[in-house]
Design a protein around this ligand. Structure first.
Ligand code: P6P
Length: 335
C-alpha cells in the first residue's frame, strides 16, 4: 500500500485543528508562502539559462526591467503576502524599512506579520550551490489600522510559525507551527509540496561542524578551542566532519537532517557576527528547538533576545543539543 500523498495545503488544513478557534487565516498565509515558493523554485531552476542573474538594465519582451533573482524573489513574496490579505507588515532582508501591507486590507484586519529573507545566499546561484528562503510569522500586536515596525520586533519565542525553502537538488519547504517540524518536497509534475520528511528530529550527537575557518584567526579563544575540540582525533568519537557550503539554509538543512553544529561567530571586525536575528537566526532557532536542538548567540538563547533593530546581527550557533552543550562548556564569554 503506497504511503498516502499529503500535500502542504492538506497538511496545513488538517493541522488547523491544533489551533483552538482557528479561522484558517494562518493556513491561508502559509499557503500563500508555499505558492510564492513554487514560483521562486521555477525561476531559480532556470536562472542559469535566462538573464535574471544580473540587473543589466535591459528590458524583457514585456518591457519589464530585468530583475536580479533576489529582487524577483522579494517582489514575488511581497505580492503574494499583500494580496493574500492575511499579513499586516512585512520585514525583508531586501528592504531597509518594513512594508505595511494592511492598507489595502485594513477591512480584513490582517492578524499576522512576516519577516523574511526572500533569497538567502543568492551569490551562490552563479555556482549552482543551494540557496533558500527563510520566513518567520508572528501575531501582530498593533490594533487594526496601526501596523508598524514594532509588530515585527518581537522576541523569537513569540513566533507562531517559521520555516525555510531550500532550492537544491530538489526544492523542499521545512515548516514548524510549534508542533514539531515537517518537510515537504516539491513534486514539479503536480506542482505540489508533498510531505516527505514527517516529524523531523535533530540528533543530539552530531558528527558535523560548519564554520568559515577562513575567519579562524579572528575568532575569540573559546571558539578556537571548540573548533580544535571538533577536530581532535583523540576524543572518543574521533574528529567531526567539516562541512561548509556558505549558504545558511543549505548548511542548516544538512545539519538538521544529519546532526551537527553551525556557527557564525563574532570577530573583531564583525563584533555581532554576520547573520541577522529577525529573519535568519530566529526562524532557524524555532525550527531547531522544535526538532530537539538549540540556538544561542554563545551566551543566551537566540529566541530570548529582544530585537531592537530590523537588520541587527547576532553571533550564532545552532544545532545538535550535545554539540551545543560542548560549545558552551568550552566557551568563555562569546560576545
Ligand atoms: P561567509 C550568505 O551570504 C550568508 O548570508 C549566509 O547564507 C551564509 O551562512 C553566510 O552568509 C556565509 O558567510 O562569510 O562564510 O561567506
Amino acid at each position: 500500500m503506497a504511503a498516502r500523498l499529503i500535500t502542504l495545503n492538506q497538511f496545513i488544513v488538517e493541522r488547523q485543528k491544533d489551533f483552538p478557534c482557528s479561522e484558517g487565516r494562518l493556513s491561508r498565509l502559509l499557503a500563500d508562502i508555499g505558492a510564492a515558493a513554487k514560483i521562486i523554485s521555477r525561476e531559480v531552476n532556470k536562472a542559469g539559462l535566462v538573464d535574471i542573474l544580473g540587473a543589466d538594465g535591459s528590458t524583457n519582451v514585456q518591457g519589464e526591467e530585468v530583475q536580479k533573482l533576489d529582487a524577483y524573489a522579494n517582489n514575488t513574496f511581497i505580492s503574494f503576502l499583500r494580496n493574500g490579505g492575511e499579513c499586516a507588515v512585512i520585514a525583508s532582508e531586501e528592504d531597509e524599512d518594513v512594508i505595511i501591507t494592511e492598507d489595502a486590507y485594513v477591512h480584513t484586519n490582517p492578524k499576522y506579520v512576516v519577516a523574511m529573507d526572500p533569497l538567502d545566499g543568492s551569490s551562490n546561484i552563479d555556482v549552482n550551490a543551494s540557496i533558500g528562503t527563510i520566513f518567520s510569522i508572528y501575531r501582530r500586536r498593533s490594533k487594526q489600522g496601526e501596523a508598524s515596525k514594532a509588530d515585527v520586533l518581537q522576541k523569537g519565542s513569540e513566533q507562531v510559525a517559521s520555516g525555510y525553502v531550500i532550492y537544491g537538488s530538489s526544492t523542499m519547504l521545512v515548516l514548524t507551527t510549534g508542533n514539531g517540524v515537517n518537510g515537504f518536497t516539491l513534486d514539479p509534475s503536480i506542482g505540489e509540496f508533498c510531505l516527505s520528511h514527517p516529524k523531523i528530529r535533530i540528533k543530539p550527537d552530531g558528527k558535523i561542524f560548519s564554520v568559515n575557518e577562513g575567519n579562524y584567526h579572528a575568532f575569540n579563544p573559546g571558539v578556537k578551542k571548540f573548533i580544535e575540540w571538533c577536530k581532535d582525533p583523540a576524543k572518543e568519537e574521533g574528529p567531526l566532519k567539516a562541512r561548509y557550503i556558505g549558504s545558511l539554509v543549505a548548511d542548516f538543512h544538512r545539519n538538521l537532517l544529519k546532526g551537527g553544529i553551525f556557527m557564525y561567530p563574532s570577530t573583531a571586525e564583525t563584533p555581532n557576527g554576520k547573520l541577522r536575528l529577525v529573519y535568519e537566526c530566529n526562524p532557524m532557532a524555532f525550527i531547531v528547538e522544535q526538532a530537539g536542538g538549540r540556538a544561542t548567540n554563545g551566551t543566551v538563547r537566540i529566541m530570548d533576545i529582544q530585537p531592537t533593530e530590523l537588520h541587527q546581527r547576532v553571533p550564532y550557533a545552532v544545532g545538535s543539543e550535545n554539540l551545543m552543550d560542548q560549545l558552551h562548556t568550552t566557551l568563555g564569554v562569546w560576545g
